[in-house]
Ligand binder design. Sequence first.
Ligand code: HEC
Ligand code: HEC
Ligand code: HEC
Ligand code: HEC
Ligand code: HEC
Length: 438
Amino acid sequence: MNGKNAGYRLGAVALVLIVAAVVGWRLLWVQNGLDRAGDSPAAIQAFLDEHWKHPLPPQGTPPAHYPPNEALLGAQSCAQCHASQFKDWQASRHSQTMRAGIVWQFDLFGQAESNTCMNCHAPLAEQKALVARDMSWANAPADDPPAHIPRQLHHQGLTCAACHVRGHERFGPEHRAALSGTESGLPHGGFQPRPAFSDSKFCATCHQFPEDGPRLNGKLRQDTYNEWLRSDFGRQGVSCQACHMPDRRHLWRGISDADMVRRAMAVELLGSDGEDGRLDLALTISNVGAGHHFPAYMVPRIDVRLVLLDPDGAEVGQLLHHVLQWRTTVDLAQEEFDTRLPAGESVRLEAAMTRPDVPGYHLALRIDVAPKDHYERMYRDMMRQAQRMKPQTVDLLRIAMREAAATRYRAINEQVALDDVVALRLRYRPLPEEVAAP
Ligand code: HEC
Ligand code: HEC
Ligand code: HEC
Ligand code: HEC
Ligand code: HEC
C-alpha cells in the first residue's frame, strides 16, 4: 500500500490535519524555491508530451560505464533486479500487445500505418526497426542489431523500456523510500523520479484519443480518460493506477479477467408474485466498480441471460437476454447500438413467467464475456478475402482467430431456487481493497 491510500483510511480529524500540514510544506517549498520537480498539472503534461513524443527517438549507444546487463533493453534483463514487476507484467495484457491479432495486419497496412499502430503496441524505435526487418520493408536496417537490443524485443510488446527508459536513463514514479535517484552506486546510473507515472494522464496517452481523433456517432472511439474524469472516481482522484496497478503492481487486469469484471458489477434480481401464479422478475445491473464505461471499448461483448432450469437441472427456457456492448459494423463505419453502462449507472431488465406446478425449479443467471468480440467478427470477415493475402499473413490470421475466441469466459453463474427465495442479491465488492473508501 502506498502513502496516499493510507491517507484515505485515517479519520476525518486526521485528514484535516494532513491537509493543513501539506499546505504548510507547500508554502515552505515556494519560499525556499524548493518545489518538487514537475508535480503541477502543467508540468506533468509537459513531461508526458516529451516522454511520448512519437516517433520515440532511438535510445542511442549505452553509456560506457553500464555493465552489459544494465545496457540491455529487454524485459528479461530488468527481471534480474525487478523480479516482481517482471512476473506481473508477463502475465498482463501489456506483454501481449504484439501477438498475431495485430501482426497479421501489418502486411495489409504497410510501414507508415503500422508504425502508427506500434506507437501504442510496441513504441520503441528499436522495436519498429526489428519489425521492419521481419517485414523486409525498404528502409529496414541491413545489419544485425547491436548487443543492447535483444532480437525478440518487438515481440515483447509494451516492454518495460517502452514506459521507463529514454536515452538509456530510467524514469519512474517517486521512490517509495524517497530516494532521489542520484545516490551513488545505483545501477543504470540511478533514475529520475517523476510524479507523472502516478497520474491517470500517463495512461491517457494510449487509452484516450485526442479531441480531433476518430469518432463514431459523435463519440470518440477511445474515451476512457474523459469517462473517468466525469465519474465519481475521477472526481475523488482515484486514479487508473489505483484500480489497475494496486500497490504499484504491474497487473493491468481488465475485461479479460473474470474477477475484475465481477468487481465492476452489482447485480440484483427481485421477484414478486402476481395473480394466477404469475411471477414478475426485475434484474438490475449497475456499474459500481469500473472508473469508466462498462465495458470501456467497442471490442468486448457481455451477454446477460436469465434461464429457467427444471428439477433435473436442464434448461427449459430463456426468460431474459441482454447484451452490454458498443456494437459497430466490422468496418467501424456504423454504430448498431451502444448499451455500455457509464460509471455509476444501471440498467433494469424485466421478465415474467408462470410459477411451475411442481417444486424443484431454479433460475440461473449467466453472464458471459467475449473480450475480443469485435475482432472475432472482423477476423471472420477478413478470412473471406484470404485468397488476396500472402500465405504467411493467412497463417497469422488463423492464429489470431483462435486466440481471440479462446479469451471468452463465463463471469457469473448463479442459481436460485424458485421455491424458497425469490430474491437473489449478488453484490460484488465494488473496489479493490487498496482503494476502499474511509
Ligand atoms: C542490476 C540490477 C538492475 C537492473 C538490471 C535494472 N534495474 Fe532498475 N533499479 C535497480 C535499483 C537497485 C534501483 C533503485 C532502488 C529501488 O528500486 O528501490 C532501480 C530503480 C529503477 C526504477 C525507479 C523506480 C522508482 O521507484 O521510481 C525504474 C523505473 C527502473 N529501475 C527500471 C528498470 C528497467 C526498465 C530495467 C530494464 C531495462 C532495469 N530497471 C534494470 C536495479 C536494476
Ligand atoms: C505501461 C507502462 C509500464 C510498463 C510496460 C512497465 N511499467 Fe513499471 N511502472 C509504470 C507505472 C505507471 C508505475 C507507477 C505506478 C504508480 O505510481 O502507481 C511503474 C512503477 C515501476 C517501478 C516502481 C515500483 C515501486 O513499487 O515503487 C518499477 C521498479 C518498475 N515500474 C519497473 C518495471 C519493469 C521492470 C517493467 C517490465 C517488466 C515495467 N516496469 C513495465 C508503468 C509501466
Ligand atoms: C492510441 C493507441 C492505439 C493505437 C494507435 C492502436 N491501438 Fe490497438 N489497441 C489499443 C488498446 C488500448 C487496445 C485494447 C482494447 C481492448 O482490448 O479492448 C488495443 C487492442 C488491439 C487489438 C486486440 C489485441 C489482441 O491481441 O487481440 C488489435 C488486434 C489491435 N489493437 C490492432 C491495432 C492496429 C492494427 C492498429 C493500427 C491500425 C492499432 N491497434 C492501433 C490501443 C491502440
Ligand atoms: C474504480 C476502479 C477503476 C478505475 C479508476 C479505472 N478502471 Fe479501468 N477497469 C476497472 C474494472 C473493474 C474493469 C473491468 C470491467 C470493464 O472492462 O469495464 C476495467 C477495465 C478496463 C479496461 C479494459 C477494456 C474494456 O473494454 O473494458 C481498460 C483498457 C481500462 N480499464 C483502462 C483504464 C484507464 C485508462 C483508467 C483511467 C483513465 C481506468 N481504467 C480507471 C476499474 C477501474
Ligand atoms: C504505450 C501505450 C500504453 C500505455 C502507456 C498504457 N497502455 Fe494499457 N494497453 C495498451 C494496449 C495496446 C493494450 C491492449 C493489450 C492487448 O493486446 O490486449 C492495453 C491493455 C490494457 C488493459 C487490459 C485490457 C483487457 O483486455 O483486459 C488495461 C486494464 C490497461 N491497458 C490499463 C492501462 C493503465 C491503467 C495504464 C496506465 C498506468 C496503461 N494501460 C498504459 C497500451 C498502453
